[in-house]
Design a protein around this ligand. Structure first.
Ligand code: SF4
Ligand code: SF4
Length: 188
């Protein structure tokens, strides 16, 4: 079994995020997301307050002991050996329990049908697709690109020009962050 330190994680370095929205736009483009679905959001706190403004990029954090998985009544979720949390859209009944349980507001729901009923839940897959055949047309249609299967970095992190958005195993991500903190201490 893989250790917690080898599980895949996202981290956004707020000292580097410049609120350019490139991560969010690139994600939507890469996965052909319908209007209104935003797997990755950029949020700014203390907007306009000098010296206090802070921006960060948020998507599914692929939680350890994922709360979404624990509440789903039809067992949509599955957690890969590397920690990436995925789900099966063909099982989802659109109940929204996962959204209530998620501390990051990650699950998204396309409006489906004449009365605006909720469609199957959509969320960040860390560009790892879903339970269908890897890199098949069906996988791409339902979950977007499977870049992880091709050995590529998730689209959001690959496009981030300031390297604010980090992704990788927990140990590598925290090593980069520690190095940056030490660098900043030296005025770098
Ligand atoms: S959907 Fe929410 S609760 Fe589930 S793994 Fe992602 S961030 Fe965690
Ligand atoms: S909306 Fe879908 S994935 Fe979320 S808890 Fe309900 S059935 Fe499970």
């Amino acid at each position: 079994m893989m250790s917690e330190l080898s599980k895949m994680k996202f981290y956004c370095d707020t000292n580097r995020c410049i609120e350019c929205f490139a991560c969010s736009v690139a994600c939507a483009e890469a996965h052909d997301l319908p209007t209104g679905i935003s797997r990755r959001k950029v949020i700014t706190l203390f907007n306009g307050v000098e010296g206090k403004e802070i921006s960060t990029s948020i998507a599914c954090m692929h939680c350890t002991d994922a709360p979404c998985e624990q509440v789903c009544p039809v067992d949509c979720f599955y957690i890969r050996e590397d920690g990436i949390v995925l789900h099966d859209k063909n099982r989802c009944i659109g109940c929204g329990y996962c959204l209530y349980a998620c501390p990051f507001g990650a699950p998204q729901f396309p409006r489906d049908g004449a009365f605006g009923a909720k469609g199957a839940m959509d969320k960040c897959t860390m560009c790892a697709g879903g339970p269908l055949e890897t890199n098949s047309v069906h996988e791409r249609e339902l979950y977007g690109q499977n870049r992880i299967a091709e050995g590529k970095v998730p689209m959001c992190a690959s496009i981030c020009s300031t390297n604010a958005l980090l992704v990788g195993d927990a140990e590598s991500v925290s090593a980069i962050y520690r190095k940056r903190v030490v660098g900043r201490g030296r005025g770098a």
